[in-house]
Design a protein around this ligand. Structure first.
Ligand SMILES: [Cu+2]
Length: 114
């Protein structure tokens, strides 16, 4: 192979990698969840089953919160005023509970995959 052809092939590969990355990034839906000192808004989040998605959790309370889900094997501490993005892999249809471990009595919610 001449160096020019090798170079062309390499640039096609790179372009292909960028393209698939962009397609992937657009394909992931985001859902917003707000936590405020033990109150989630919304408390039920409907997501499409079988698709990876992102959960953007923002803590608008005055105290730290911990987004936790045993069903989803997720755990994330978020300081007051902070945000965190949690990526969840494709779920089977069903209900998945989450809670705020620092305000567990009232901070309860669920994700419903349909
Ligand atoms: Cu925890």
């Amino acid at each position: 192979m001449t160096p020019t052809i090798a170079l062309r092939r390499a640039s096609v590969l790179v372009a292909g990698a960028f393209l698939s990355f962009n397609v992937f990034a657009q394909d992931v839906a985001s859902f917003k969840l707000t936590a405020r000192d033990g109150v989630f808004e919304p408390t039920v989040i409907e997501v499409p089953a079988g698709k990876r998605f992102r959960l953007e959790v923002s803590n608008q309370g005055k105290t730290a919160m911990e987004f936790e889900s045993r069903d989803l094997k997720q755990e994330k501490i978020i300081p007051p005023g902070g945000k965190a993005t949690v990526t969840i892999n494709a779920l089977k249809a069903g209900e998945y509970k989450f809670f705020d471990e620092f305000h567990e009595k009232t901070g309860q919610g669920r994700i419903v995959a349909k």
